[in-house]
Design a protein around this ligand. Structure first.
Ligand SMILES: *[C@@H]1O[C@H](CO)[C@@H](O)[C@H](O)[C@H]1NC(C)=O
Ligand SMILES: *[C@@H]1O[C@H](CO)[C@@H](O)[C@H](O)[C@H]1NC(C)=O
Ligand SMILES: *[C@@H]1O[C@H](CO)[C@@H](O)[C@H](O)[C@H]1NC(C)=O
Ligand SMILES: *[C@@H]1O[C@H](CO)[C@@H](O)[C@H](O)[C@H]1NC(C)=O
Ligand SMILES: *[C@@H]1O[C@H](CO)[C@@H](O)[C@H](O)[C@H]1NC(C)=O
Ligand SMILES: *[C@@H]1O[C@H](CO)[C@@H](O)[C@H](O)[C@H]1NC(C)=O
Ligand SMILES: *[C@@H]1O[C@H](CO)[C@@H](O)[C@H](O)[C@H]1NC(C)=O
Ligand SMILES: *[C@@H]1O[C@H](CO)[C@@H](O)[C@H](O)[C@H]1NC(C)=O
Ligand SMILES: *[C@@H]1O[C@H](CO)[C@@H](O)[C@H](O)[C@H]1NC(C)=O
Length: 456
């Protein structure tokens, strides 16, 4: 009896330790759980909201980067307000934010070094030349997790927005999180607020999972896009909540001649169960920077509230590239200016070397099972003269009009496609068709089968 009780007790202790993530081997603790765990306080950080902790974060990542080959490492950020300048991440690494942990970006521009522009953009997006560092960055990384119990990464962007509006910035604003040339990324259970510009910018990355993430920025803050997969493939965005001053999601792939030359598409992208509020922008934009091409984008089960348009295509002469094989289903939309919006004359070029003969190819854009209410105009569909957007399909679409809806519900130029069961009656450019639009049967497999549940 006693032996049995002891054995049970040992098992219970082992279980408790395992649940607490202590003493177990990485394998026993599950994929993605790290062997080496350090708190940022161990590197001298002070969470009082005033002490500048850049050195602590940089030292921590450098130190923990040395454990990459030995089970990896987690940097734990406890409750508190941790002010810091920009820092980079490392491989086989977890940044884990406890409940009540807030990493605050320094508002002193002197803390933000300049870095090279992206090769697929040729220059900074706001201004020519180099750009301010991203707040959290990383290049050529493998196996990175940013997670926790819904702690916050706060870009404290007000100072950047003010300077941007006043045209006082000589260089492009940094993004809140940008990973370059990286793979096997998980971002989950964290909140990003008040980014200086775009929030999450996975660029030249593959196998990226973004899940259970909250992104908040004032709806009039400039260019605070939520998530911008850029020249990246196998990206899954699910169960996210985004309120922003620009597109909740913008899939991109480089800018005009730089993007054409770099030639890296964004492809195999899944966006599901997103809730978006963006009164002056799209729930999901494809472009406008799409010069490396965008293909195989699957969007389903999303909600948008008080958002300008749903899944918008933005392109123009000079962009080159393509947008094709886009599949959208089961959208629930409340208060929309345009349910469908395609733009063929999007301006903004990196310089005056854009090739006027570089025409984008836009084809195979499928929307089905869309319900929208309080809609001002159902469709504003503008392709490019002599370069029409083709293969557009819409089926089972209901747009209920707002009291002050436009008289003209569809305005279609340089577009071709089919429609089936669409109300209000679409423009003649969308000819009659007797069947629902396609959505791929087979799911894309992206990321791990389950998110790691690690306790640090
Ligand atoms: C982060 O990495 C980039 C290269 O990817 C580099 O230019 C930058 O200086 C690094 N920033 C910091 C703060 O180490
Ligand atoms: C990262 O990889 C890219 C592409 O392979 C390479 O051009 C670049 O120099 C690498 N950057 C760093 C910081 O190692
Ligand atoms: C995470 O925190 C944000 C901001 O405080 C909040 O809006 C959101 O509901 C929280 N998410 C969860 C799952 O608790
Ligand atoms: C994608 O990354 C996850 C970890 O985030 C890993 O478990 C999975 O094996 C990777 N898949 C591929 C195809 O590389
Ligand atoms: C093109 O841009 C360059 C550099 O911005 C400028 O010097 C040049 O005058 C421009 N050329 C034209 C034709 O606008
Ligand atoms: C049409 O779309 C609505 C969602 O807007 C959905 O509930 C309904 O089942 C769809 N009808 C068909 C026949 O698929
Ligand atoms: C309907 O949309 C208008 C803007 O077109 C907005 O002012 C109004 O509040 C919306 N009504 C509801 C019930 O959401
Ligand atoms: C319809 O769209 C075309 C092309 O964008 C535009 O020139 C025209 O003014 C629009 N018509 C109306 C009535 O809004
Ligand atoms: C993230 O939150 C979800 C839902 O609250 C939870 O099931 C999951 O275990 C959390 N993940 C981590 C890594 O804590």
């Amino acid at each position: 009896m006693a032996a049995r009780r002891a054995a049970l007790q040992a098992a219970a202790v082992a279980l408790a330790l395992c649940a607490a993530g202590i003493g177990a081997t990485p394998a026993a603790r599950g994929a993605g759980c790290r062997k080496h765990v350090r708190r940022v306080t161990e590197y001298g950080a002070v969470g009082d909201g005033r002490t500048l902790n850049t050195k602590a974060f940089v030292r921590a990542v450098a130190d923990l980067g040395r454990r990459a080959g030995d089970g990896g490492a987690a940097l734990v950020v406890p409750a508190g307000r941790w002010l810091t300048g920009p820092f980079n991440l490392t491989s086989h690494f977890t940044l884990f934010l406890h409940r009540g942990a807030e990493i605050l970006a320094s508002q002193d521009l002197d803390d933000w070094p300049l870095i090279a522009p992206l090769p697929s953009y040729g220059r900074g997006r706001d201004e020519p030349g180099p750009r301010y560092s991203n707040f959290i960055g990383g290049s050529n990384l493998t196996d990175v997790i940013i997670s926790g119990y819904n702690g916050t990464i706060n870009g404290q962007g007000q100072v950047w927005w003010d300077k941007f509006h006043a045209k006082q910035l000589d260089y492009t604003r940094g993004y809140l999180l940008e990973l370059l040339y990286s793979r096997d990324i998980i971002i989950s259970n964290v909140t990003f607020v008040d980014a200086p510009s775009w929030n999450l910018h996975p660029t030249y990355c593959t196998n990226v999972t973004i899940s259970g993430v909250t992104i908040l920025a004032p709806v009039h803050s400039p260019n605070t896009d939520g998530i911008d997969p850029d020249s990246s493939s196998h990206v899954k965005i699910e169960d996210c909540y985004i309120v922003s001053g620009d597109d909740c999601i913008a899939v991109k792939s480089g800018w005009d001649e730089y993007g054409i030359r770099f030639n890296m598409p964004s492809q195999h992208i899944v966006v599901r169960r997103l809730t978006c509020i963006s009164p002056t922008s799209a729930m999901i934009a494809l472009g406008s920077e799409m010069s490396g091409g965008i293909q195989d984008v699957r969007v389903e089960d999303n909600i948008a509230i008080n958002t300008e348009s749903a899944v918008r295509i933005k392109s123009g002469v000079g962009r080159g590239g393509f947008v094709r094989d886009v599949f959208v289903r089961r959208l629930s939309l409340h208060t929309m200016k345009w349910v469908f919006w395609m733009t063929g004359n999007y301006g903004q070029h990196p310089d005056n070397s854009s090739d006027p003969k570089a025409l984008p190819e836009v084809t195979g854009i499928n929307y089905r099972d869309v319900f929208a209410e309080n809609v001002t105009m159902a469709g504003r569909m503008e392709g490019i003269p002599n370069d029409p957007y083709t293969g557009i399909c819409m089926s089972n679409v209901t747009a209920q009009l707002a009291p002050k809806a436009k008289k003209l519900q569809w305005n279609c130029t340089d577009v071709q496609g089919v429609a089936y069961g669409v109300s209000p009656e679409p423009c003649p450019e969308l000819g009659a068709e007797g069947k629902p639009c396609t959505f791929p049967e087979e799911e894309l497999v992206i990321g791990p089968p389950e998110l790691p549940k690690c306790t640090y």
